[in-house]
Design a protein around this ligand. Structure first.
Ligand code: F0G
Length: 454
């Protein structure tokens, strides 16, 4: 196996707080890891979003950034990169992915409209709700089989999509597909599924949009897992993916390996004009969209670095290293691992903690307590909601996500993470559940306060 296709030129020190300090930090943060100051984190796996290490070319691009208010040179660098990879006729830079979502949804959703997706991420879901719409998840059945070794568990249930559209098409402004499926374990979507979902959307006259955050990782999975793509480059695969779509929302903080940035792209001129008006109101002039010129330049360079196959091979191998290390230690991880993160199935890890007491959150807290590791719950804290009968509806999976920042940690760091899980497993009967004492709504995971139930 080859090592990472890069070496370190700049390093940032990190340190492990003492166990006494960790305990008091947790208490002061009201047991919400978003509240822990990052200098108190040893290994930060909260997210892979905006946390990557930029390359020397990207830093050089930062210096070359053109800060003219209108029509800056860096806008055209980005425009060229977007046209080359994504191929859409129009694009609008935004400061990050959720801004692209808001510009899009506020332009197309009327109250009561429904947006189907393989699985919405939390900001997509929240932006649809905030604009009066209803998010609908149509994952394939295998998405809720966390241990079944299948190549494309991020797929959409296309039969369910056809059925839904045949009954409700008047209420649907567009169909979406999230690649890779972050909320469903970071699992990829096959080209076949993308093509089929696109065809169904078009059969009903609906635009097909892609939430393209991790399109490069998804392209790599298609290359190595889907028949007929082995000899195609990830760039060719990406182009084919987007050829089936009418537009996309994109957070460049993931596969374009920048610390901030995103865009919205589409083919429809009328929609573009409407979105441009919204963008000026919400983000800024259409050639900078809430970013500095230097950010546009770094994004243009990062888009190609994120598609580099040597990089993608090493990234996916690193994610697999963590997942395999955990699985070998009998920690229940979603299998096969996805691209950007490893997901621990916390309900199975802590069978004594009911879903109403947030087993995924309990594991996230224990990882901090054990080794100052920060992870993220993707389970009932994020997704449980009251059904029409007033009863709490919990998601199928209670996951704790270990997201791996791009080009930041070595496998030694990840070995520390594996060891921490092993130590927690040894004392797991003593781990308790949590109660939310403050915070509500679809984004409560960011600011809720918790109390241990012990
Ligand atoms: N869509 C998906 C699939 C995402 O994973 C995210 C962000 C967004 C949209 C929104 O992008 O953060 O640039 O506004 N996911 C991050 C995460 C926050 O940790 O998974 P953004």
């Amino acid at each position: 196996m080859l090592a990472e296709p890069y070496k370190m030129k700049v390093v940032e020190p990190i340190a492990l707080p003492s166990s006494k300090q960790r305990e008091s930090i947790l208490k002061r943060a009201h047991y919400n890891l978003f509240n822990v100051a990052s200098q108190h984190i040893y290994i930060d796996l909260l997210t892979d979003s905006g946390t990557g290490a930029m390359s020397q070319s990207q830093w050089a691009g930062i210096m070359l950034g053109d800060e003219a208010y209108a029509s800056c040179r860096s806008y055209f660098s980005l425009k060229k990169a977007v046209a080359e990879i994504f191929g859409f006729r129009f694009f609008l830079p935004t400061h990050q992915g959720r801004a692209a979502e808001n510009v899009l949804f506020s332009s197309v959703i009327k109250p009561g409209m429904i947006v189907p997706n393989n699985m919405h991420f939390d900001t997509t879901r929240a932006n649809i709700i905030a604009n009066g719409g209803i998010p609908l998840n149509l994952p394939c059945k295998e998405a809720s089989m966390p241990f079944k070794d299948l190549p494309f568990k991020g797929n959409m249930d296309t039969k369910a999509l056809r059925k839904f559209l045949s009954e409700n098409h008047a209420k649907v402004p567009l169909v979406m597909m999230t690649i890779t499926n972050n909320s469903g374990g970071g699992q990829p979507v096959s080209m076949k599924n993308i093509k089929k979902a696109s065809k169904i959307a078009h059969d009903f006259g609906k635009p097909f949009f892609i939430d393209a955050c991790r399109y490069a990782e998804n392209s790599y999975f298609i290359k190595v897992r889907e028949r007929g793509y082995k000899r195609k480059s990830t760039l060719e695969i990406a182009r084919e993916i987007f050829s089936y779509a009418d537009g996309c929302t994109f957070s460049a903080k993931k596969d374009a390996i920048v610390n901030i940035g995103g865009f919205l792209a589409m083919n429809d001129r009328k929609l573009f004009e409407k979105c441009t008006e919204r963008l000026i109101l919400m983000e800024g002039f259409p050639t900078y969209g809430g970013l500095a010129g230097r950010d546009l330049e770094a994004m243009a360079i990062g888009l190609f670095e994120g598609l580099d196959e040597a990089y993608l091979e090493s990234r996916i191998a690193q994610t697999r290293f963590l997942a395999k290390g955990l699985r070998d230690a009998d920690i229940p991880v979603v299998w096969p691992p996805g691209g950007h993160a490893v997901y621990v199935e916390a309900k199975r890890f802590f069978p004594h903690i009911p879903q109403a007491e947030f087993p995924g959150h309990a594991l996230a807290i224990e990882l901090y307590r054990e080794a100052a590791i920060r992870s993220c719950e993707i389970g009932s804290v994020m997704f449980a909601e009251k059904g029409p009968d007033g009863k709490m509806k919990h998601p199928k999976l209670e996951l704790t996500r270990l997201a791996i920042p791009r080009r930041v940690y070595t496998n030694s760091h990840l070995s520390v993470v594996i060891d921490a899980h092993i130590k927690i497993a040894e004392r797991k009967e003593n781990v308790c559940g949590y109660k939310i004492v403050r915070g509500s709504g679809p984004l409560k995971h960011f600011n809720a306060w918790f109390r241990p139930l012990k």
